[in-house]
Design a protein around this ligand. Structure first.
Ligand code: ATR
Length: 282
């Protein structure tokens, strides 16, 4: 039974995630485990919201007294017009994954990028000496590149469609980061990489990865933002070449941790949340 009250007032706080589809979201497991660990009077639910119902759903959540909610595919950009204010992270990403209700105002925030950065920092330092290769230039790549921009690391974007890659390079430069594009599938860049981040949807579709990692230095940190499968064929071949591999589970964890800390303005119980998440996937 959750008993700890907030600010001396015995109120239960409600949180949620909205998306479509939403059935497989692990956010409720992770957040509810955190509330339980700290004995907080809070709950976290998931709601399927179709695109045409998004505006009504936002008003409904607010009317029902929700304190905040996460937003996932396909609403991360379309929710913007329904919000009152955006944080700098949300503006930079052009997308919202976290909404907080603050004195009746809806504040849109983004913790996808900062969550990724926090998970990456458990494995490497981030500064202007690092060469980071980002494979892909879709929504996920954009969130990651924009969050890495302030660290001044050298970002090398590679994308099948070069126009999209160029657009992302332009955005990073516009926000004061360091980025350039290399041709998709060209191997020379790998030799210099300190870190390679795979963001394309190839692994999700269980397709064969279209180019080889030949030339990559053993010990290079190789990340795939997917965690289902736990080890994508891409990570498998990176591991075979002596690279240090990391999947996307901690990116999910830390976007949740950062959302928690934005909502509750206090430290989240990271290890309880991590344990619940890993157990749910075991
Ligand atoms: P997400 O939000 O998951 O990033 P997205 O915005 O649709 O999804 O982006 C998908 C990314 O995967 C893009 O970088 C896409 O490359 P294109 O811009 O060339 O489309 C990449 N991608 C998907 N399937 C691919 C494939 N078979 N080969 C190479 N790149 C692929």
């Amino acid at each position: 039974v959750l008993s700890k009250s907030f600010g001396g007032v015995d109120l239960v706080k409600h949180f949620a995630v909205i998306g479509d589809p939403i059935a497989h979201s692990l956010s409720p497991v992770m957040h509810n485990a955190g509330y339980k660990a700290l004995n907080l009077a809070a709950d976290y639910q998931k709601f399927q919201v179709s695109p045409e119902d998004l505006g009504e759903a936002v008003l409904g959540l607010k009317a029902l007294g929700f304190s905040g909610w996460n937003v996932t595919v396909p609403h991360k950009e379309t929710i913007l017009p329904f919000l009152d204010e955006l944080t700098e992270e949300a503006v930079r990403a052009g997308a919202v994954n976290t909404v907080k209700v603050d004195k009746g105002r809806l504040i849109g925030h983004n913790t996808d990028g900062s969550g990724f950065v926090r998970s990456l920092q458990e494995h490497m330092e981030l500064d202007e000496r690092q060469q980071i290769v980002i494979l892909g230039a879709g929504g996920a790549a954009k969130g990651i590149a924009m969050a890495l921009a302030p660290f001044q690391a050298q970002l090398c974007i590679m994308n099948r469609t070069p126009e999209r890659g160029a657009e992302l390079v332009g955005k990073v430069l516009e926000w004061g980061g360091q980025a350039h594009q290399e041709e998709w599938g060209r191997g020379a860049w790998l030799v210099q990489a300190d870190c390679v981040i795979q963001t394309t949807s190839i692994g999700l579709k269980k397709e064969e990865y279209p180019f080889s990692l030949a030339g990559i230095r053993p010990g290079t940190l190789v990340v795939d933002i997917i965690f289902n499968p736990w080890e994508t064929p891409f990570l498998h071949s990176a591991k075979a070449m002596g690279c240090k591999t990391v999947n996307g589970i901690d990116m999910l964890l830390y976007q949740g941790v950062n959302a928690w800390e934005f909502w509750l303005e206090d430290k989240a119980p990271v290890e309880s949340m991590r344990k619940a998440l890993y157990q749910a996937l075991a």
